[in-house]
Design a protein around this ligand. Structure first.
Ligand code: AMP
Ligand code: TRP
Length: 335
C-alpha cells in the first residue's frame, strides 16, 4: 500500500519558538514514518510582511537546519525551499483567479496582521492563504499537520479545491485532492509567557514572551523566572488560570509525562518550586536539538545537497500537478 502524503511548512522569519516546535515540527517528526512527507521552508510567505533581504537567505538555511536538528529524517521526508519550486508561484496565480475576494477578507490572521501593520499592507498579505493552498494542493497532500491557528487557512484550501474540482474537474477525474487538517490537541496552542491569553508568537515585540529553540540555558532560565504567573497557591489545570494552564502544559510535554501525573505532582507546589522544574525540563529537551543544529550548520555542503535533492523531488511532484491544473483550465500546452 502506498503511504498517504503529508505536506507542511514554516516561515523562515526570525527564530523558531517552542510554540512552532510543539504545534508543528515535533508532530511532523512523530508521524513521519507513517507517511510520505514534504516539508518546505516557506520563504515566499516570508515577504508578505516587510522583510530584510540581507537575512532572508540565512534564515532560510537556519530553518532547514532546524528541521533536520529536530529530527526530520530524509528516509521518510523531503525538505525543500518553497521559492526553489516555481510551480508554487504559478499555481498561486491560477488559484487567485478562482478564489472569491471575500473569502480572503474573512481570514482572521490577515485581519490581525493588517491591524498590526497599519496602512502599509501588501496585496501579498491578503493573498497569503492562496499561496498556502497552492503549497498543499501541488503535492496532493492527504494530511496537513499544523497548529490550531492555521485551521481557517486549511478550511479555505479545502474550499478552493472543491470549487476548482466542481468547475473544471469531473467526479472520476478531480483536479485536486481535498486535504485534511491534522491538529493535535496537546501543544496545538502554546501561549505567551507574558500573557497566558495570547498566543506565543514570533512577531511579539517582547523576547520575554517566548522561548526560542536556540535559546541558551541561561536565557531560558531568565525567561521562566520572569514569566507571568498568578498568586493562587497550589498549581492546577484550571480554565480560569491561563498562565498556570500554559506552564503546566509545557511541563507535561517537555517532561514527557501525562496530564494526570503532572496535576498530582504539582497540586501542592508554589511557583518557586515549579519554575526550576519547568526550566530544567525545557533545557534538557532542547539540548540535543541545539547540539545537532550546531553540527549541521558547520557543514554547508551537506545542507546544500539536502536542499538540492529536495528541490528535485518536490519539482517532479509539483510540476505534474501544475500540468494537470493547466490542462483542466484549458491552456494551450507548452512546447
Ligand atoms: P508560523 O510561526 O506562523 O510560521 O507557524 C509555523 C507553525 O507553527 C504553524 O503550524 C503554526 O500553526 C504553528 N504555531 C505557531 N505559533 C504557535 C503557538 N503559539 N502554538 C502552537 N503552534 C503554533
Ligand atoms: N501559514 C503557515 C503558518 O504560518 C505556514 C505555511 C505555509 C504552511 N504554507 C503551508 C503550513 C502549507 C502548512 C502547509 O504557519
Amino acid at each position: 500500500m502506498t503511504k498517504k502524503r503529508v505536506l507542511s511548512g514554516v516561515q523562515p522569519t526570525g527564530n523558531l519558538h517552542i510554540g512552532n516546535y510543539l504545534g508543528a515540527i515535533r508532530n511532523w517528526v512523530e508521524i513521519q514514518p507513517n507517511y510520505d512527507n514534504f516539508f518546505c521552508v516557506v520563504d515566499l510567505h516570508a515577504i508578505t510582511v516587510p522583510h530584510d533581504p540581507k537575512t532572508l537567505a540565512q534564515n532560510t538555511y537556519n530553518m532547514a537546519a532546524l528541521y533536520l536538528a529536530c529530527g526530520i529524517d530524509l528516509n521518510h521526508s523531503t525538505i525543500f525551499v518553497q521559492s526553489h519550486v516555481t510551480a508554487h508561484s504559478e499555481l498561486t496565480w491560477l488559484l487567485n483567479c478562482l478564489t472569491p475576494l471575500n473569502w480572503l477578507e474573512r481570514m482572521i490572521q490577515f485581519k490581525e496582521k493588517a491591524v498590526k501593520q497599519g496602512e502599509n499592507v501588501s496585496a501579498g498579505l491578503l493573498d497569503y492563504p492562496v499561496l498556502m493552498a497552492a503549497d498543499i494542493l501541488l503535492y496532493d497532500a492527504d494530511q496537513v499537520p499544523v497548529g490550531e491557528d492555521q485551521k481557517q487557512h486549511l478550511e479555505l484550501t479545502r474550499n478552493i479545491a472543491v470549487r476548482v474540482n466542481d468547475k473544471f474537474g469531473s467526479e472520476q477525474n478531480p483536479i485536486f485532492k481535498v486535504p485534511e487538517p491534522m491538529i493535535r490537541k496537546e501543544g496545538a496552542r502554546v501561549m505567551s509567557l507574558a500573557d497566558g491569553t495570547k498566543k506565543m508568537s514570533k512577531s511579539d515585540s517582547s523576547q520575554l514572551s517566548r522561548i526560542n529553540l536556540l535559546d541558551t540555558p541561561d536565557v531560558i532560565k531568565k525567561k521562566i523566572k520572569k514569566c507571568k504567573t498568578d498568586p493562587i497557591m497550589g498549581l492546577s489545570f484550571a480554565d480560569d488560570r491561563p498562565e498556570c494552564n500554559n506552564l503546566l502544559g509545557l511541563y507535561t510535554i517537555f517532561s514527557d509525562q501525562n496530564k494526570e501525573a503532572v496535576a498530582d505532582e504539582c497540586a501542592d507546589m508554589g511557583w518557586g518550586k515549579f519554575k526550576p522544574l519547568l526550566t530544567d525540563s525545557i533545557i534538557s529537551a532542547l539540548e540535543p536539538i541545539q547540539n545537532k543544529y550546531n553540527e549541521i550548520m558547520t557543514d554547508k555542503t551537506y545542507l546544500d545537497s539536502v536542499l538540492k535533492e529536495g528541490q528535485e523531488k518536490a519539482e517532479s511532484v509539483a510540476n505534474k500537478t501544475l500540468g494537470r491544473v493547466k490542462d483542466g483550465l484549458g491552456y494551450l500546452p507548452s512546447f
